[in-house]
Design a protein around this ligand. Structure first.
Ligand code: ADP
Ligand code: MG
Length: 239
């Protein structure tokens, strides 16, 4: 579904992604781990078209994001993203946050978008919060709204960039639960996280990144219990 070939990205002289190649199958759940500054967020942002890259290709459904003639907005609609910091619009209610993109970008009828938004809110366990403003929600609730908002565009894949890192510990579980149910429903997911329990239980493959490279990848058992590379071993030791 997503195929990355020889991806290169630099900020000035700082080469942040060095020749990354990897393919994500439809329905696959992939966890990306690695030290801070290793390029995990940049990698996700490139896949979502938030960041231009300097070399290589990213194919989404066989469409090349490096192709200058491509309608990048259409392609971006296929990939939802959830950030550490929620990024909800503070002046809009929960429901308005969720229907904004479908109504403005997809020209969905407002009433239809509302019905869909309520279904999504039910899915993330927040039906009763439709008319609340983000400021009145807990961090865990905000993140679940952010997931519902991304799902409202009917994405084919979802990217998560440390979705639980900004949360109080008691709220991590409710967000991981929603992500687990998404995975069970067959969603294609790339998740940057330090939640090893989630990775072990849910994901098909773990990718370990360091210094802008994929150092090692494999099943959760292979990577966590039997890491082959010293850098992976050292990273897992301090985790
Ligand atoms: P990670 O998510 O693994 O912590 P990032 O992708 O955020 O890593 O960052 C990788 C490197 O790219 C870091 O050296 C960071 O300073 C640099 N970087 C990230 N975003 C920018 C930016 N917008 N401008 C300049 N440098 C950036
Ligand atoms: Mg990051």
């Amino acid at each position: 579904m997503i195929k990355v070939k020889n991806l290169k990205k630099q900020f000035g002289n700082n080469v942040v992604l060095k020749d990354i190649s990897v393919a994500i199958e439809k329905g696959e759940v992939v966890t990306v781990i690695g030290p801070s500054g290793s390029g995990k967020s940049t990698f996700l942002r490139c896949i979502n078209g938030l960041e231009e890259f300097n070399g290589g290709h990213i194919f989404v459904d066989n469409e090349d994001m490096a192709d200058k003639n491509l309608n990048i907005d259409k392609l971006r609609e296929k990939i939802g993203m959830v950030f550490q910091s929620f990024n909800l619009f503070p002046h809009l209610t929960v429901l308005e946050n969720i229907i904004l993109a479908p109504v403005t970008l997809k020209k969905m009828h407002k009433e239809e978008a509302k019905i869909k938004a309520k279904e999504l809110l039910k899915k993330v366990g927040l039906e009763e919060k439709a008319d609340f403003y983000p400021s009145s929600l807990s961090g865990g609730q905000k993140q679940r709204v952010a997931i519902a908002r991304a799902l409202a565009m009917n994405p084919e894949a979802m990217l998560f960039d440390e979705p639980t890192s900004a949360l109080d510990p008691e709220m991590v579980g409710e967000v991981l639960q929603v992500m687990k149910s998404l995975a069970k429903d067959g969603m294609t997911m790339i998740v940057v996280t330090h939640e090893m329990g989630f990775a072990r239980e849910v994901c098909d493959r773990v990718i370990f990144m360091a210094d802008g490279e994929i150092v090692e990848q494999g099943s959760p058992n292979d990577v966590f219990l039997n890491p082959q590379h010293e850098r992976t071993q050292n990273f897992l030791k301090v985790l």
